[in-house]
Design a protein around this ligand. Structure first.
Ligand SMILES: [Ca+2]
Length: 197
């Protein structure tokens, strides 16, 4: 177990939504903080200087009843991809209906890169799903319509629908690719973190 300072906030907006009358009753989010200054050039070599461009500090997952949004804050994100690197990735993992999926967001072969990936580390069709590095906002953001997740889950015979399914084990990893994929930071949610889509 990595020794890191984490803080989980489970925020149910149901009551607020009812009060405001504008938020769906099933809207919810979960957020946690990852240690600042713990990203490394070679993840397996502790004590190397912090790689600020890869340092994830806050992660938030949210559902508004229509869309699933997954955000990782990287306060020192650079304008271009960090050097040296041929590729630059953030992997935003989550488990739903007992199956792990992830958004892969970054730069690859000189261009922006986004894929939604599932079991076997293969790309999965996810209609209108998006993933971007928001350099101005210093964050990585991925979104998936719940209707698209429903199609993904039904196609894999994992679940009948995304709404109502529990998301567990979220974890964001930042990586550079040189001639191997080197993990720089791991922002894992505190054990037991979960929320309902
Ligand atoms: Ca970090």
């Amino acid at each position: 177990m990595r020794n890191r300072s984490v803080r989980a906030l489970l925020v149910a907006f149901t009551a607020i939504g009812l009060l405001l009358g504008s938020t769906p009753a099933n809207a919810a989010s979960v957020s946690w903080e990852d240690e600042e200054g713990d990203a490394t050039y070679f993840f397996v070599v502790p004590g190397t200087p912090n790689e600020k461009a890869f340092d994830i500090t806050t992660v938030t997952l949210a559902s508004d009843g229509t869309n699933f949004t997954y955000e990782a804050v990287v306060p020192e994100m650079t304008e271009g991809h960090p050097s040296p690197a041929y590729g630059y990735f953030f992997r935003l993992y989550f488990t739903v209906a007992g199956t792990e999926f992830y958004f892969r967001v970054g730069e690859w072969q000189g261009g922006e890169h986004f894929e939604f990936r599932g079991p076997g580390d293969t790309a999965v069709e996810c209609k209108d799903c998006t993933g971007v590095i928001d350099r101005e906002g210093k964050r990585v953001v991925a979104t998936a319509p719940l209707s698209s997740l429903t199609e993904v889950l039904k196609a894999g015979e994992y679940a009948d629908a995304a709404p109502g399914e529990e998301v567990t084990a979220p974890e964001v990893i930042s990586q550079r690719y040189i001639t191997a994929t080197l993990t720089a930071d791991i922002a894992a949610a505190p054990e037991g973190t979960a929320f309902t889509l």
